[in-house]
Write a protein that binds this ligand. Structure first.
Ligand code: DC
Length: 229
């Protein structure tokens, strides 16, 4: 019998708090973390570096299959991301890269090409997987599936604050429009669209602090929703 590895999936649209919450949760549980959005962002950046148009699915699939990427976590689970040996941790976090990631992520064969790479993150002692289709496609047998939402206004404000704190100047109205476009693209694509799995717990984080959401998830885990070994 194969060993059961505890697995929590956290899906939701941009600005729903998934990234921050997944990383706090992984630290608290002492688990590994998969930031699947980073993979799509890295692919978009690699396409730019290798001058591959974002509608050339065949070339993008080849690129995805051979992506030379390393996630290097320190003992505090802070992760640096190397693409072809170069640290791209900050370069992939721009809104431009996020929008391009959403474009490549809509290509069905690109998603298939990244599937095994994502599933390989499921290793002892456990995994918190963050994305759009973690509970629906990549890990349909997860022990507990969370789907985070928040109002579009709050999500745009959170993103605005994050970018300003990083010293990136943005316009709130432009950002809101881009987030709405990205949500629409992610939710309406035919393959692995952004939507809660039928067995996901949907948590609305509008007006709720990060700590409150983390505590809610921990209490779901403690209620025995995480399948025992
Ligand atoms: O979570 P993020 O902003 O880093 O994700 C960037 C884009 O990648 C997102 O707009 C859609 C795509 N994505 C996806 O299609 N599936 C995932 N599991 C994660 C991200």
């Amino acid at each position: 019998m194969t060993e059961h590895i505890p697995l929590v999936t956290i899906d939701g649209p941009s600005g729903s708090g998934k990234g921050t919450i997944s990383s706090i949760l992984a630290k608290q549980l002492g688990c590994n973390i998969l930031d699947s959005g980073a993979l799509y962002r890295i692919l978009a950046l690699a396409a730019q570096i290798h001058v591959i148009p974002l509608d050339n699915e065949e070339a993008l699939v080849t690129l995805a299959a051979h992506l030379d990427v390393q996630f290097i976590s320190d003992d505090r689970l802070n992760t640096r991301i190397l693409l072809e040996g170069d640290d791209v941790s900050d370069a992939i976090r721009t809104e431009e890269c996020g929008n391009q990631a959403s474009v490549v992520a809509a290509l069905p064969h690109v998603r298939v090409a990244l599937l095994a790479r994502q599933r390989a993150f499921l290793e002892p002692p456990g995994l918190v997987a963050d994305g759009r289709d973690m509970g629906t496609v990549v890990f349909p047998d997860a022990d507990i599936k969370i789907f985070l939402t928040a109002s579009p206004e709050e999500r745009a404000k959170r993103r605005y604050k994050q970018l300003i704190e990083k010293g990136i100047s943005v316009n709130l109205a432009t950002l809101s429009r881009e987030i709405a476009e990205r949500d629409e693209r992610d939710a309406s694509r035919p393959v692995a669209p952004l939507k809660p799995a039928p067995d996901a717990v949907v948590l609305d984080t509008t007006g709720v602090t990060i700590d409150q959401v983390v505590n809610q998830i921990i209490s779901l885990l403690n209620q025995g929703k995480l399948r025992a070994n």
